[in-house]
Design a protein around this ligand. Structure first.
Ligand SMILES: Cc1cc2nc3c(=O)[nH]c(=O)nc-3n(C[C@H](O)[C@H](O)[C@H](O)COP(=O)(O)OP(=O)(O)OC[C@H]3O[C@@H](n4cnc5c(N)ncnc54)[C@H](O)[C@@H]3O)c2cc1C
Ligand code: SF4
Length: 316
């Protein structure tokens, strides 16, 4: 059973009354319904026009409606100019077919890809159980930064980019939450902290940084149609030869997207030169505590962060 309201108010009310889940592009939730991980009822969002598209405020900041598709973000010239790593991330994920229907709201709230969670034959913290079979079992694609009992890596590439841009998400009750606080690595029972019955209405970004150079890169097991093994975003602002602004975020390495503050601190105020870079890279793996099968991700994390930083420094 599903309903298709036309306003945020009606959609949020339908969500709360039904106790079901929202369906945006449907690329994650339909698969979970097929795998008996959700039974609905579903509140269709496609007619809620007021949360689709991008609006710009007078101070230059952008608000991207939750129903805006990944392809629309990737192809928007103003977003590409203001937030280049966000647009680059959108261009790189999944496939053109998925990007055409997948929404930014659904991307941020998609569920993890752990094979145990996705297999209804298994029980784990995420499905009401009391253990994590991945820890003792197959965890080749799991986290390398251990934040808590669940080790499924965070699945949203867009969250990594938004974290690097200090973005926030807004819910239908008007509350605004920094993207970093939308996720809690210590809680093994759920992939995000948006309360049940709440609707995400959009994403808000601070005004673009003048003179920013930015890059996104992913390490993958196959060239397309796959979540990354490791992904990273870097943003750098230089004043002359000195780095005066820097943000580095990584994904697929922990239960949440992570800001690599160790790398940022090592680069800030330093010359944009290769010596600064190699010292800073040592910090990229400072929080890694690999499981038996995820040690390779520490090396990939360092190499991926090196790639995005070299790209940004070459361009600036
Ligand atoms: C082959 C393949 C490769 C992929 N690779 C990547 C990748 O590299 N990186 C990446 O990030 N993703 C990847 N994806 C995942 C894809 O990007 C997501 O499935 C998609 O972004 C989800 O968006 P959606 O609009 O379809 O969400 P839906 O499936 O409609 O919803 C997902 C979840 O979000 C909730 N939801 C959606 N919108 C709202 C809202 N406004 N308010 C409250 N709840 C809401 C739904 O209830 C549901 O729980 C890949 C998918 C495939 C199939
Ligand atoms: S890693 Fe998380 S999702 Fe996977 S089995 Fe463990 S608790 Fe479940």
């Amino acid at each position: 059973m599903s309903t298709a309201p036309t306003s945020v108010h009606a959609a949020a009310a339908a969500l709360r009354e039904s106790g079901g889940e929202a369906r945006a592009g449907g690329t994650d939730i339909v698969v979970r319904a097929r795998d008996r991980l959700t039974a609905g009822p579903f509140v269709e969002l496609h007619r809620v026009a007021q949360i689709r598209g991008t609006a710009w405020a007078d101070d230059g900041s952008a608000r991207i409606g939750a129903l805006t598709t990944i392809a629309e973000i990737a192809g928007d010239p103003a977003l590409r100019a203001g937030y280049p790593a966000l647009a680059a991330t959108a261009s790189a994920l999944a496939t053109p077919q998925i990007r055409a229907v997948a929404t930014i709201g659904g991307n941020l709230l998609q569920r993890n890809r752990c094979a145990y969670y996705r297999n209804p034959a298994f029980s784990c913290f995420q499905t009401g159980g009391a253990s994590c079979p991945a820890r003792e079992g197959d965890h080749l694609y799991a986290a390398v930064i251990d934040q808590g009992p669940c080790v499924a890596p965070h699945p949203s590439s867009m969250a990594v980019a938004l974290l690097a841009y200090d973005a926030s998400v807004r819910a239908d009750d008007g509350t605004s939450t920094p993207v970093g606080d939308l996720y809690d690595g210590a809680d093994p029972t759920r992939d995000h902290r948006l309360a049940p019955g709440r609707l995400l209405t959009g994403v808000e970004l601070p005004p673009p940084a003048a003179g920013e150079s930015a890059a996104y890169h992913r390490a993958t097991g196959r060239s397309r149609a796959e979540w990354p093994l490791v992904e990273a975003v870097a943003r750098v602002v230089r004043t002359g030869t000195v780095i005066t602004g820097v943000a580095v975020a990584a994904g697929a390495v922990a239960r949440t997207p992570v800001r690599l503050t160790e790398v940022e601190q090592a680069l800030l105020g330093r010359p944009a030169a290769s010596e600064s870079l190699s010292e800073a890279l040592d910090g990229s793996t400072a929080r890694c505590s690999p499981l038996p099968q995820t040690g390779y991700k520490a090396g990939l994390l360092r190499a991926t962060v090196q790639e995005v930083l070299e790209q940004t420094l070459d361009r600036s």
